[in-house]
Design a protein around this ligand. Structure first.
Ligand code: ZN
Length: 162
């Protein structure tokens, strides 16, 4: 497995909707994990390394405790707690050093395919739910800029442009 380069905003691929995972890139999942840990991130989506397919990895515990990698292939959000929204600062490996607040449902339920090809579903909350939603956004060409008000986004993009 190896570390691949991470695309940086505003690379146009970060704004594209991904197609289903096709399994032809044999080292994709291992490389996503290697690249995420190397970049000291908690999540990484395939489009961030230029593979425009619906797969992402997250590990929200490895910095403080034992690694707990989770792999989501063709994930679909089937419900979310829109009555319980929480706002927190997020960072993105494709937009380095520019944290911004994002409001998201506290709890989400997902269906996806495991690396062994099995259908799986589970409910997540807290920081894990937040990371999952952030990565799911990447599969649909959305980044944390897209969660800002137009005024806030303009200000943040000006900071980003330096
Ligand atoms: Zn991101």
């Amino acid at each position: 497995m190896s570390v691949r380069p991470i695309l940086l905003w505003p690379d146009a691929r970060l704004s594209q909707v991904c197609v289903p995972f096709d399994g032809t890139d044999a080292t994709l999942i291992g490389d996503l994990l290697d690249t995420m840990y190397h970049a000291r991130g908690r999540g990484l989506a395939a489009p961030q390394i230029g593979v425009m397919q619906r797969v992402f990895v997250v590990d929200v515990t490895w910095k403080e405790a034992a690694p707990e990698p989770r792999i989501f292939i063709n994930p679909v959000m089937i419900s979310a707690s829109y009555a319980d929204m929480r706002s927190m600062e997020e960072q993105c490996l494709s937009i380095p050093d520019l944290p911004m607040r994002v409001e998201r449902p506290h709890t989400v339920r997902l269906e996806w395919t495991s690396p062994e090809g099995q259908p799986v579903s589970d409910t997540f909350d807290g920081i894990l739910a937040r990371c999952i939603q952030h990565e799911l956004d990447h599969l649909d060409g959305r980044v944390i800029f897209d969660h800002q008000t137009p005024e806030r986004r303009a200000a943040l993009e000006a900071v980003h442009a330096g």
